[in-house]
Design a binder for this molecule. Structure first.
Ligand SMILES: N[C@@H](CCC(=O)N[C@@H](CS)C(=O)NCC(=O)O)C(=O)O
Length: 288
């Protein structure tokens, strides 16, 4: 019987490889350019002066697992600016969430967005503060966003191996497969930022000192700067609520519930005022 040689020729292997590369490239172009353009033209029709907030899908325990998204949403509620949520492209051009589209224009970074909205809609919640109070409020906001935020990430990614991420929001099944890659990238970010070079207990002492400062300054006042909600409360509420709901296995939860109880009462106060529909905003179904 005559034997047939089924070994593929180098030419046919090359053809298959080129076809795979061309197909991958075309799918990439389709997604990057065409889908992007289609989405943007849909987003333009969100409505005049309606803020379209691009962010991850709602969390199980907080309306959004990202405290920066929660800060922005809390500001929008305080300012009574109409908004809609969009989850197809949660990460913006700067590789972070949240970002927004407003009247077809894209804006990134919660703080830059709030400053722009403040101007556009004439909603400046700091106008009642003295220059000295504004300086104090800015200091606290930076402490929370640039120090406490990283300290929380040390607990989430170094101590707890990223588990709270999977516990806090709906994830397609493959996310648990790529979780180690994400956790590794966050550990690298923590190393470059600097807090990741300290031991977890050193970081815990630093973040506890920050929480103590917030608790002492808040004292018996209803809001951080006094009787009225100001911009810094959007940041403070977002991060304190994040600890209470999304970090409830961390030492920071225990400290707030056990020692700095005015921070706990504060979260309930702001939540009751600006998030009466909190439970309706949570993701109800588990995707597994
Ligand atoms: N300064 C930014 C910070 C936003 C931020 O760090 N968002 C996180 C989610 S909470 C994020 O996008 N992380 C993704 C990453 O760093 O790769 C803002 O205020 O919007």
């Amino acid at each position: 019987m005559k034997e047939i040689d089924v070994t593929p020729s180098p030419g046919s292997i090359l053809t298959v490889m080129i076809s795979i590369l061309v197909t991958t490239f075309l799918v990439y172009i389709y997604r990057r350019i065409i889908v992007r353009q289609i989405r943007r033209s849909v987003w333009k029709s969100a409505g005049d002066d309606v803020v379209l907030v691009h962010c991850p899908t709602p969390g199980y325990l907080t309306p959004n697992i990202s405290p920066f998204v929660m800060k922005l949403l809390t500001y929008l509620r305080l300012a009574q600016i109409p908004y809609k949520l969009e989850h197809d492209e949660p990460m913006g051009a700067k590789g972070k969430t949240p970002w927004i589209t407003l009247n077809g224009e894209e804006l990134h970074d919660s703080q830059l967005i709030i400053e722009a909205l403040s101007k556009k809609f004439d909603k400046d919640f700091n106008s009642g503060l003295s220059e000295e109070e504004k300086a104090i409020a800015r200091g606290f906001a930076m402490m929370i966003e640039e120090h406490i935020a990283w300290g929380l990430r040390v607990w989430r990614f170094i101590v707890d191996d990223g588990r709270t991420l999977l516990e806090g929001m709906k994830q397609p099944f493959f996310v648990s497969l790529i979780k180690p890659i994400f956790v590794r990238s966050q550990k690298a970010a923590l190393w470059y930022q600097g807090l990741g070079r300290h031991s977890p207990s050193e970081v815990e002492n630093m973040i506890t000192a920050d929480l103590r400062a917030l608790s002492k300054y808040l004292g018996r006042k209803p809001y951080l700067m006094g009787d009225n909600l100001t911009e810094v409360d959007c940041t403070m509420f977002a991060f304190m609520a994040n600890i209470l709901y999304n970090y409830n296995r961390s030492p920071y939860y225990d400290i707030i519930k056990g020692e700095f109880t005015n921070l706990y009462d504060y979260v309930l106060r702001v939540k009751g005022r600006l998030w009466p529909d909190w439970n309706q905003c949570l993701e109800k179904t588990k995707l597994k």
